[in-house]
Ligand binder design. Structure first.
Ligand SMILES: *Cc1c(COP(=O)(O)O)cnc(C)c1O
Length: 372
């Protein structure tokens, strides 16, 4: 049987009664779109973060896109972010009409190199978009300082960092607004698509609500365009409410898998295997468990014989893909991003990953690396 890098079926088996009850609750509620479950989830998700306001949207890409629009980002503006991210981060920026500007990442954590941001700021820069990639947060203090100095907005991309902490603060509470995805693989995942934008600013939240609902302020009355239909689905919201109550358990489960990998694989450092490291002040939630080795492709090939299927997050830096060629970044322009993209790969990671499969992964990786 193949060991997958991610699988929701063990979780579904364990939570089936509650999840089916969530669906039944919505079907019997008499309100299938923007009903009681979306409102309740918005309030509960905001409360989890100690923030006041949350708007549910249909996916994480639109959370980033509408979030930026609610911050006033549009055509002619520049948004500073990274090329080592899920492509949707950048698809969303382009979708607003703004131009993405990339800075390189750091060798030790694959996150935005905040020391490069100041030099990337131009008179057209409108917002900074740090991505809390893989489950730990970007250094926010220097970004906040730059934003204050230059009058920029900050949107956190928290699609991979639900529940992660940075010097005690939760991801999504350290900026003007934060975008979340509830795509099924995420740390808080729906059984389909979903997203949300968190903020403490009532004007931003009101703008989010108009942007997701045809630009309407009240039913049938549009007050602004362009706008979208980007509502969070009622069924997904009710499922997310149930799962939000278990978010801290999911995170604990991910950390337990990470500890076991560290114990089992730590000594392979002398064989060139680099395990994830957590920055001082960060509490990692391990959305993915990204390791690195110069012989990455040979290792992945060899692990197929053990029936272990691995993933690469991400094989192509955004600026090297043909869909972003118009941005004009030459190969070699982001050297750390490009080099690490050839070495990183992800080991299976999800809270319900059975211990025997964790052991299978550990012994297979050990055998393959010792035989290289
Ligand atoms: C998943 C993800 C998104 C997009 O979310 P969707 O719900 O798939 O649209 C955006 N940014 C990052 C960093 C992601 O991991």
């Amino acid at each position: 049987m193949t060991t997958y890098v991610w699988d929701y079926l063990p979780e579904y088996e364990a939570e089936r009664a509650d999840l089916l009850d969530a669906v039944e609750t919505v079907f019997r509620s008499g309100k299938l779109v923007l009903g009681p479950s979306v409102s309740a989830f918005e309030q509960e998700f905001a409360a989890y973060h100690g923030r006041s306001l949350c708007t549910g949207v249909d996916n994480g890409t639109n959370a980033v896109k509408l979030g930026l629009e609610a911050l006033g980002v549009g055509a002619g503006d520049e948004v500073i972010t990274v090329s080592n991210t899920a492509a949707p981060t950048v698809v969303a920026i382009v979708g607003t009409g703004a131009t993405p500007v990339f800075v390189d990442i750091r060798e030790q954590d694959y996150l935005m190199d905040v020391d490069q941001v100041a030099a990337a700021i131009t008179p057209r820069t409108k917002a900074l978009l740090p991505v809390h990639l893989y489950g730990q947060c970007v250094d926010m203090a220097p970004l906040r300082e730059l934003a204050a100095q230059h009058g920029l907005a900050i949107l956190e991309d928290c699609a991979q960092a639900h529940g992660a902490r940075h010097h005690g603060e939760l991801a999504g509470t350290m900026s003007d607004a934060a975008a979340f995805s509830f795509y099924p693989t995420k740390v808080l995942g729906a059984y389909g698509d979903g997203g949300a934008v968190l903020t403490a600013d009532a004007a931003i939240d009101e703008q989010m609500r108009r942007l997701r609902y045809y630009g309407m302020e009240k039913t049938y009355y549009v007050v602004q365009t362009p706008a979208h239909n980007a509502r969070l689905d009622e069924i997904q919201a009710e499922i997310l409410r149930r799962k939000l109550g278990r978010l801290d358990e999911y995170i604990a489960g991910r950390r337990a898998v990470a500890r076991r990998y560290e114990e089992g694989l730590g000594e392979l450092a002398e064989r060139g295997l680099v395990l994830p490291s957590t920055n001082p002040g960060n509490e990692h939630v391990y959305y993915v468990y990204v390791v690195r080795h110069p012989e990455r492709d040979r290792i992945i090939e060899a692990l197929k014989q053990y029936d272990i299927s691995l993933n690469i997050s991400y094989p192509w830096p955004v600026h090297t893909m043909s869909g972003f060629a118009h941005l004009g970044y030459a190969k070699g322009s982001l050297p750390v991003t490009e080099r690490l993209a050839e070495q990183i790969f992800s080991l299976p990671m999800y809270p319900a990953l059975p211990e025997d499969l964790q052991d299978k992964v550990i012994s297979a990786v050990r055998e393959v690396l010792l035989a290289l």
